[in-house]
Design a protein around this ligand. Structure first.
Ligand code: ATP
Ligand code: MG
Length: 446
């Protein structure tokens, strides 16, 4: 993309309504614009990051054997009355009537619809196990929407639902989700720690929340510092292998890590004092096993091998896709702006032309730009008639991990400058070598 033709409405002023750094930076970098309280317009740069996160989530979900589909956001209240949640949900559920006076609602989550599609189409034990998921907008009429996309009213969620014949199978689905989520967040460049959580209105005994440590997080968390040394890395997992999934789950959940809802001082006291941490975290996902509650209420059963009726065991699993962008920025920024991890950056590299209109400089920039595009990468070329300082400030603000700076002086010596946004370190290379370097960096990421 050439910046002269892009739509990147960066703000010069720091917006006063934004209380936390990720919200400020998303507004300043032209990623989002508030449409009304807790509802955002996704401008091109923000939309690009959202799409990158969705791609990673889809790839990782499907690697674990889960099947994508899409449910409507506007739903009839009927199923929700059947499950009892139409009354139980309270004012966070946005309700409306259609022209025929039928009760409708904007989906705050989708257990009912997914259970319904299974009860009406899955009749035999042979069709199970099944995990289906979607990435779809949700609406919760939060009493205090704040912190930008962190606590919005309209937000994007990946929500998945597993349907199994036995508790044992459903617990394997639970473990599989935990492992798959660890891998998903790590690919995004984030450390999200699974913590024992409270199951709240969904019910059930098994639930973990994934938390990104950040001072601005809304949850208070308590953990053994050893847990932050764990990384999933590039281990290959066979998601059908119960033993493997169970072993990873145990590795990542055996140390103390809990949200305030489940925190127990007496148990925490067993962690050596030097390793006890009390901090704040952002909830970026949650997984549940809740047994047969919904399938009983909604009559989701299949016929077993001898024709007997089996009530399905279920769980649900959510990732806060739009909230993740806020969490990513909270964890990756400095006073100049955002610092995207390579796995989620909106553009792979920025090209800064220091002397627009100078034939040799323009040609070198074009050459680098085309070579990166040809390599399947997505560069942003700042080809505007602007001062160098303004171009650098924009690149720093929007946070592309790599910048190639091209000017007549360097080109006189046959070199351009490659700069890391994270470390600020620069290196002089030939234009070809700079392109090769960027290709090599992303070859291990994409
Ligand atoms: P919270 O406790 O933060 O209100 P929740 O536990 O009610 O969230 P879940 O039902 O577990 O949310 O939804 C799955 C994920 O969706 C959450 O882990 C979170 O990342 C995200 N999410 C929930 N509510 C919001 C919101 N209002 N704005 C943005 N993301 C949200
Ligand atoms: Mg939750």
């Amino acid at each position: 993309m050439r910046l002269s033709r892009y739509f990147l409405p960066v703000l010069k002023e720091t917006p006063s309504e934004a209380q936390i750094v990720s919200h400020r930076l998303m507004l300043r970098a032209g990623m989002i614009k508030q449409a009304s309280a807790g509802i955002y317009e996704w401008l091109p740069l923000g939309f690009k990051v959202l799409r990158r996160l969705e791609t990673i989530i889809h790839e990782e979900q499907q690697r674990a054997g889960h099947i994508p589909m899409l449910m409507p956001v506007l739903q009839s209240a009927d199923l929700w009355k059947e499950s009892g949640r139409y009354d139980a949900y309270g004012p966070e559920m946005l309700r409306m009537k259609d022209r025929h006076d039928r009760d409708m609602l904007f989906s705050p989550t989708a257990e009912e619809l997914f259970t319904d599609v299974v009860r009406s189409n899955v009749t035999s034990y042979k069709d199970l196990p099944l995990t289906i998921y979607q990435i779809q907008w949700k609406f919760r009429d939060e009493i205090r929407p704040r912190f930008g996309v962190m606590r919005g009213r309209e937000f994007l969620m990946k929500d998945g639902y597993n349907f199994d014949l036995t508790k044992e199978d459903a617990l394997h689905a639970y473990n599989r989700h935990l492992v798959s989520y660890l891998r998903t967040y790590e690919r995004m460049g984030l450390q999200a720690i699974p913590m024992r959580a409270d199951s709240g209105p969904i019910g059930g005994d098994y639930t973990h929340e994934f938390l990104v440590l950040a001072e601005t997080g809304e949850s208070e968390v308590f953990y053994d510092s050893e847990i932050t040394d764990l990384t999933f890395g590039d281990r290959e997992i066979d998601f059908d292998d119960r033993g493997q999934c169970q072993a990873v789950l145990e590795e990542f959940t055996s140390r103390y890590a809990r949200t305030d809802e489940t925190h127990d001082e007496a148990v925490f006291a067993n962690v050596p004092e030097a390793r006890r941490r009390v901090a704040r975290g952002i909830e970026v996902g949650q997984i549940f096993y809740f047994g047969t509650e919904y399938s009983e209420k909604l009559g989701a059963t299949v016929a077993g091998p001898d024709g007997e009726k089996i009530t399905l065991h279920m769980g649900s699993h959510g990732i806060g896709v739009s909230r993740l962008i806020g969490a990513l920025i909270e964890a990756n920024h400095d006073d100049k702006g955002i610092i995207w991890p390579e796995g989620v950056t909106p553009f792979h590299a920025g090209i800064v032309n220091l002397k627009q209109g100078d034939a040799a400089t323009d040609a070198a920039c074009e050459g680098i730009y085309k070579a990166l595009v040809k390599a399947g990468l997505d560069p942003l070329y700042d080809d505007r008639e602007e001062r160098a300082g303004a171009k650098f400030a924009t690149m720093d603000l929007i946070g592309l991990p790599w910048r190639i700076t091209v000017g007549p002086r360097g080109l006189g010596n046959g070199v351009v400058e490659l700069t890391s946004r994270r470390t600020g370190e620069s290196e002089e290379l030939t234009p070809d070598a700079a392109v090769e370097r960027i290709k090599a960096i992303y070859a291990t990421v994409l």
